[in-house]
Design a protein around this ligand. Structure first.
Ligand SMILES: Nc1ncnc2c1ncn2[C@@H]1O[C@H](COP(=O)(O)OP(=O)(O)O)[C@@H](O)[C@H]1O
Ligand SMILES: [Mg+2]
Length: 474
């Protein structure tokens, strides 16, 4: 046994005797780190942080432990938080620059590296400089853009009650479910179905092929768009399509009022999915995790986001065989850490169904109902702006009218095209309000073209002419 082994063993024993001795445990963690036992160091640092959650040295050490385990994303989550504090140690920026390089964000890496050297020129590192895009290398450009840390959300005083683990009320267990519907039951949505096939289904069916070509498996797919346009429905159909279990949860349910329990709930959710592979895990309302929400009260704390990220990254347990789909009606609130590679790196806009899609949806919905030969195209033509849910409302209303008529006549009366058209007139398409909001985000905070699809849908993209008109207020 080497001296180092002996030291670590002795420290472990000591910590075993006095588990609450924080400096002792930190010493053990540091030794483990120096020894290269990063996963074990990580575990000890985490325990230390449970006792001293504000200790930024320990946070930095934890970030390093993640970094050396190649868990760059998790490392960055911590580093980004530390960079926003008042006096971050300069070497933190070097580590962050390296991590940004690893996750293929060279511009951020350059910016962060520049900041490090500004604070302490001794930190200049040729190895990093060689990897940076030209602007990041010294000599610095004439007017280097001032480093702008992401805006800091004020830490709200946490008024929730801390309850001992034993007394936690049982979390609302998400339901495990075998989906009855398949892609064929979903009208239209061809583009989204294709994305799901390529990104989600095929890797599950041919994992070796994907690995051989160096394509990463995992990560999730995020669908966004106006409500009622089939996001949840399609997620369920995905499970049916691959004959997998389906676990579905709205994040607002997970983030309940008990401090500490949200993390616990998140963990049991992923755990349930992992224990029932193959499984489609559908997470609705992911915007509830948003750090960019102004209504912080409604949004999750940093620790919940971290928990979510490590579950997504499969830090503690492998997510093989778990397909993660998520949805949001308010993608602009979503924490940007969730968008990085390996997480929800595929973000797709789910628009309201276009005319052929509406016809397809109506065909699916009316498949087993007593109907005359219906003019689906005409009904589809008259229902511009309707969501799938609006169409369902329309069909339900028409069917109800028919039932009433059938009661009176004492016999079955088939549904006709005029019945549907009449019902359509009584319904106000529900997607308009959503677009009123989305348009503003798409026009004014469309960083890196995130909402180009929304602009194209509204025909406000730059080539359409309407864009400039709209901006001039015409
Ligand atoms: N493409 C579609 N094909 C068939 N039915 C649809 C489709 N889109 C929506 N629907 C119907 O509308 C309902 C609401 O859709 P949902 O998936 O809950 O919308 P979202 O999750 O986008 O808010 C579904 O339960 C389904 O009955
Ligand atoms: Mg939904």
């Amino acid at each position: 046994m080497s001296d180092q082994d002996k030291l670590i063993q002795a420290l472990r024993e000591a910590v075993g005797f006095s588990p609450d001795n924080v400096p002792l445990r930190k010493h053990l963690a540091d030794q483990l780190f120096q020894y290269g036992a990063y996963a074990e160091a990580e575990k000890e640092y985490r325990t230390v942080l449970d006792h001293t959650p504000q200790d930024s040295d320990v946070k930095l050490a934890l970030a390093e432990a993640f970094y050396y385990q190649q868990k760059w994303m998790v490392a960055l989550v911590i580093l980004e938080e530390l960079m926003r504090t008042t006096t971050p140690p300069p070497r933190l920026f070097v580590l962050a620059a390296r991590a940004y390089l690893q996750v293929n964000q060279p511009d951020r890496a350059a910016e962060t590296y520049r900041r490090a050297v500004e604070l302490d020129s001794a930190l200049a590192d040729q190895e990093i400089e060689a990897l940076l895009p030209a602007a990041g290398k010294s000599p610095a450009p004439q007017n280097p853009p001032a480093y702008q840390p992401p805006p800091l959300e004020p830490d709200e005083p946490d008024q929730r009650v801390r309850i001992p683990v034993e007394d936690w009320p049982r979390a609302a267990e998400p339901e495990l479910d075998h989906s009855q519907i398949k892609f064929d039951d979903v009208g239209g949505m061809d583009k989204v179905k294709d994305e799901i096939r390529i990104k989600i289904i095929q890797p599950l069916e041919h994992p070796d092929l994907y690995k051989a070509y160096g394509k990463s498996i995992g990560g999730g797919l995020l669908m966004y768009g106006p409500p009622g346009c089939g996001k949840t429905y399609l997620a369920r159909a995905t499970a049916g399509e691959v004959n997998a279990y389906f676990v579905s949860i709205g994040l607002h349910d997970v983030l309940n009022m008990y401090l500490g329990q949200s993390e616990h709930n998140l963990h049991s959710l992923f755990d349930l999915a992992r224990r029932n592979k193959p499984c489609v895990l559908f997470i609705d309302e992911v915007d509830a995790l948003g750090a960019s929400r102004s209504d912080m009260r409604q949004s999750a704390g940093r620790h919940v986001i971290n928990q979510f990220l490590s579950e997504m990254d499969g830090v503690e347990a492998s997510n093989d065989g778990v397909l993660v789909l998520a949805a949001s009606n308010a993608p602009w609130h979503i924490d940007s850490a969730l968008r990085r590679p390996g997480r929800f790196d595929r973000v797709i806009f789910v628009p309201p169904p276009d005319q052929p899609a509406r016809a397809a949806i109506l065909r699916v919905m009316l498949k087993d109902k007593p109907v005359e030969t219906l003019d689906f195209e005409q009904v589809a033509h008259k229902t511009d702006g309707f969501s799938g849910a609006d169409l369902k409302g329309m069909v339900d209303a028409a069917v109800e009218d028919k039932l009433r008529e059938a009661m009176k006549k004492g016999g079955l009366v088939p549904l006709t095209t005029p019945d549907l058209l009449r019902a359509a007139r009584s319904i106000k398409p529900s997607t308009k309000d959503w677009f009123a909001t989305a348009r503003n985000y798409a026009l004014y905070s469309n960083e890196s073209g995130a909402y180009d699809d929304v602009l194209a849908y509204l025909r406000l993209d730059k080539d359409s002419g309407l864009f400039s008109k709209w901006r001039k207020g015409e």
